[in-house]
Design a protein around this ligand. Structure first.
Ligand code: DON
Length: 556
């Protein structure tokens, strides 16, 4: 399987090198998401006259049905929008720490981290924000009725979803955890083969109740009560009070200019916007085109900017409702110029010189991003997650969905890495009702005052660097959206001090040059799954759907 995905990536790469080729094109509107079923439901809503915010509600729920390893109603996310009149904004529906949580809840009596406690099972679950988020976006900007939006999703849950090969493998790889975490047999304990159909009658019933009683059904109604009982029976601490008091927050996005582009991205509690702002401003003074795409100098420059930005992330970033995040200072040009003073193409900067400790990474690959542009010219970028693949692995058979393990995005103990190897400190410590720091980077790009691109990706910490590289691929290296998405990626996050690299897709000479210069390479089969939409010069929409997954662009 690993070899097969390597092979597919290689073919895509060779194809993208030899031929300029485009993804799906459309004149009016488009949805790009991790599953064909979800993109189709979203586009059908647009065709019916709905706008991007209507399609968001339907697409998000359709992903909860068709892509349950990351699509969710038991998790949370962020949405960045740009309306046709040019106004922009962001919605934070990130999970929060339960009221009864404490900063040392994952530590033993010797103040050592209890391995796994923040990653699987009831105690790893943050208070879900997804239903509140999609209803909030719909209430403010949607136009169709909730019934019109949820009915097709209920139909999909009842009719069932075809299992893809990637999905089958994902379920198989996680089955041991499902058994470990859940007291009784769950739907996903069944053996599924590629092309089997999985039906979700219990999820359909939950969605029917939400359709009838609205957002409150999830936070105060029968679903809320069942959910709290279920989580508590499985070692969690979420109460009805947690659900009742959950609120999404409209936030000002991070907005900055890069070489004539205007970039609009997610603000804290995501680190995404701040980090891409820092990285892109640190590299802006250099002429990337003369380096060449994915050349060793290009990689060195980006890696060094990334290293510096992730070191700042670890120290300064967290939930702005709890701590002062010095966004202006961190993104000011004078500060970033000073930050790059010691950069050299000759040798890497030592991460120990900027920060601390060595780390092992236990990676996971699930979160999901979808991009929508509607026929009215509104654009949204949405990244939504359960955190790890199938989140906490805790699945309510009765309600039909998985619960997140987002608590692991907090820093369990200063200096201790989370599942993405990210280190945090005071700023991201656990506090009741606080939101955990995220890397999710839903982003919209404007060029000459007009919509240019909407994009984002899963991939934990690699989200940030994949978004930067995809924008640069289009803007600096003149790629189509699909080429930019296919293109080989690399990533550095300060700690551990190595470059994660889609090794098969890079020239040996370039890798050797990096190694000779003193960089350590950490080979990866794939990084991220970027889904984006580009507005071409002729105003056609071009979808870039990442073939590293089952992602699909559908337009009309
Ligand atoms: O919010 C975050 O940064 C993480 N919970 C995202 C997790 C993720 O992207 C996993 N998938 N690839």
């Amino acid at each position: 399987m690993k070899n097969l995905s390597k092979y597919i990536l290689l073919i895509l790469f060779i194809f993208s090198c030899s031929n300029k080729y485009e993804g799906v094109l459309a004149d009016n509107g488009m949805v790009v998401s991790a599953r064909q079923e979800a993109s189709k439901i979203g586009v059908d809503i647009l065709k019916k006259g709905g706008n991007a915010f209507d399609a968001m509600l339907a697409t998000e729920l359709a992903l909860a049905v068709s892509y349950p390893s990351a699509g969710n109603i038991g998790g949370g996310g962020f949405m960045v929008y740009r309306k046709s009149d040019g106004s922009t904004g962001a919605l934070d529906y990130r999970e929060r720490a339960p009221i009864n949580s404490t900063s040392d809840m994952y530590l033993d009596e010797n103040m050592e981290v209890i391995e796994g406690l923040s990653m699987i099972g009831g105690l790893s679950v943050g208070v879900p924000g997804t239903i509140a988020g999609i209803f909030e976006a719909h209430e403010r900007y949607g136009t169709l009725t909730i019934n019109e939006l949820i009915s097709p999703v209920i139909e999909l849950a009842k009719k069932g979803v075809i299992v893809t090969e990637k999905q089958k493998n994902r379920i198989e790889e996680n089955r041991k955890y499902f058994k470990l975490v859940n007291k009784s047999k769950i739907l996903f304990d069944n053996d599924f083969n590629t092309n089997d159909t999985i039906k979700f009658p219990n999820l359909a019933s939950t969605l029917e109740r939400i359709m009838e009683y609205g957002r409150d059904e999830f936070y105060k109604g029968e679903t809320a009560k069942k959910l709290v009982e279920f989580i508590q029976n499985n070692g969690g601490i979420i109460t009805l009070n947690d659900l009742e008091s959950y609120k999404p927050v409209w936030r000002d996005p991070i907005i900055f200019n890069y070489d004539g582009l205007k970039i609009i991205s997610m603000s804290p509690p995501s680190s995404g916007g701040v980090c891409i702002n820092q990285i892109m401003k640190m590299i802006e003074p250099f002429d990337l085109k003369t380096f060449g795409h994915n050349s060793s100098n290009y990689i060195k420059l980006l890696v060094e900017a990334e290293r510096r930005s992730f070191a700042d992330r670890s120290h300064y970033l967290g939930d702005p409702d709890f701590i002062q995040v010095p966004v202006n200072k961190l993104t000011s040009e004078s500060y970033l110029n000073i930050r790059m003073n010691d950069f050299s193409f000759e040798k890497p900067t030592d991460s120990n010189y900027i920060g601390y400790g060595n780390i092992e990474i236990n990676e996971s690959d699930e979160t999901t991003h979808y991009s929508i542009v509607d026929q009215f010219g509104n654009a949204i970028a949405v990244t939504t997650t359960l955190n790890g693949t199938f989140g906490s692995k805790l699945y309510s058979n009765e309600l039909g969905f998985f619960l997140n393990n987002e608590m692991d995005d907090f820093s369990s103990k200063p200096g201790y890495p989370n599942m993405y190897g990210l280190i945090g400190g005071e700023a991201n410590k656990i506090e009741p009702q606080k939101r955990m720091l995220s890397s999710m980077t839903p982003t919209i790009v404007e060029k000459n005052g007009e919509l240019f691109m909407t994009l984002g990706t899963p991939g934990g910490s690699t989200i940030i660097t994949s978004v930067v590289q995809t924008i640069l691929n289009v803007h600096e290296f003149n790629m189509t959206m699909q080429e930019a998405v296919n293109s080989a990626r690399f990533h550095h996050q300060w700690k551990p001090d190595s470059i994660r690299i889609e090794s098969e897709l890079f020239d040996e000479k370039i890798k050797n040059n990096l190694i000779k210069s003193g960089y350590r390479l950490n080979d990866k089969v794939s990084i991220g799954r970027v889904d984006g939409i580009l507005v071409k010069k002729d105003k056609k929409l071009e979808g870039g759907a990442d073939k590293r997954g089952d992602d699909t662009a559908i337009g009309f």
